[in-house]
Design a binder for this molecule. Structure first.
Ligand code: SF4
Length: 338
């Protein structure tokens, strides 16, 4: 396995089977070697600076039925909310003022926010300064993606979640794996920086599927990849299943760094919930996403349990992160994300 890690560090793409074997290897020495290689590759290609991004979860209304997600359309126990345009812009301004250079607008698939509304939001946020706008709004008509790009949207996050087509289609009865990949292709064609990603530990995911998850990121040419552990939600069809393993997730993030040396790899909110932020930054991650959703809404964006909702002003949250990063020998990237 050590030889495989060395090969990957020099840019060789592994076969799916050997990557699966690497991810399954329980030997601590293999894990350490993998983490150290990923850290070297991150340092060489991305440096010490960490990109810090603010997520505004502006609506938890969703038409989809993802079987792992607490916000799925049929969950009648969710208290639904939809922020107004004014509230969204206020939250974005707070984030920009606090120092965040990327604002991520995220929601369930909520079609009540029209193409024009989202376009207006993007344009208004772009006018706030040297700020990048990332959208994470799910599957929408391709005309919407084109419209928002024209209004200045820089990036789009849309994960493939699991690369096994049969499992994907079973877990997403409202859509299909083919439709998801078609969205990713179209977003790249329109010039968005494409953000992909997947979960580790989804029920049914084998080591070979996990290896193919990683290789699919490369094939789709993602510029960013969010990789987080599955966290079980009791109000879903997958209730009772164990959570994904954080150490395995860190190994997968490290392998992603070797496969995608220059990509932006966040320590995802799901990793952070499981206490893995510091470790992820030592295993190849170079991005942190922090919530900038107004506190009264944070607990309601309940994709999975345990998400952070401490009432700390954004500026304070940003400065606390700066101190935390400094203790790790890292800095915040502040040269403009747009
Ligand atoms: S994962 Fe996203 S698209 Fe799926 S049900 Fe949850 S909020 Fe909706």
């Amino acid at each position: 396995m050590i030889n495989l890690i060395r090969r990957m560090e020099t840019g060789c793409e592994p076969f799916p089977e050997e990557l699966a074997a690497l991810l399954s290897d329980a030997a601590p020495a293999v894990h350490t070697t993998l983490f150290e290689a990923a850290d070297r590759v991150r340092e060489k290609n991305c440096g010490k600076a960490v990109h810090v991004r603010a997520i505004i979860e502006f609506s938890n209304v969703c038409r989809c039925e993802c079987v792992y997600c607490g916000l799925h359309a049929k969950n009648a126990n969710v208290v639904r909310y939809q922020m107004t345009e004014e509230e969204i812009l206020e939250a974005a301004w707070d984030a920009v003022e606090a120092g965040y250079q990327t604002v991520i607008l995220q929601s369930g698939e909520d079609l009540s926010y029209s193409r024009e509304t989202v376009g207006r939001l993007v344009a208004s946020i772009k006018r706030m300064g040297n700020v990048a706008v990332t959208l994470s709004l799910g599957e929408r008509p391709f005309e919407d993606y084109a419209y928002w790009r024209e209004y200045g949207a820089d990036r789009y996050l849309i994960k493939h979640e699991i690369s096994d087509e049969t499992i994907y289609n079973r877990y997403h009865p409202h859509s299909s794996f083919a439709a998801r990949l078609a969205c990713q292709r179209e977003l790249s064609r329109l010039g968005y920086e494409l953000g992909g990603g997947f979960m580790t530990g989804l029920p049914g995911q084998t080591p070979l599927i996990l290896a193919n998850d990683l290789l699919l990121l490369k094939k789709m040419g993602v510029a960013m990849a969010g990789i987080g552990p599955y966290i079980c939600h009791n109000e879903t069809a997958l209730r009772g299943n164990p959570d994904g393993d954080v150490n395995l997730t860190l190994r997968v993030v490290a392998a992603a760094r070797l496969l995608l040396p220059r990509a932006n790899l966040p320590s995802t909110t799901a990793v952070n919930v499981k206490g893995g932020l510091t470790n992820a930054l030592n295993c190849g991650a170079n991005v942190i996403m922090q919530k900038a959703t107004p506190y009264k809404y944070r607990n309601l964006y309940d994709i999975y349990p345990g998400r952070d909702s401490k009432d700390i002003p954004l500026k304070e949250q940003y400065e606390a992160l700066r101190a935390q990063l400094s203790a790790l020998g890292r800095t915040i990237y502040e040269n403009g994300d747009a």
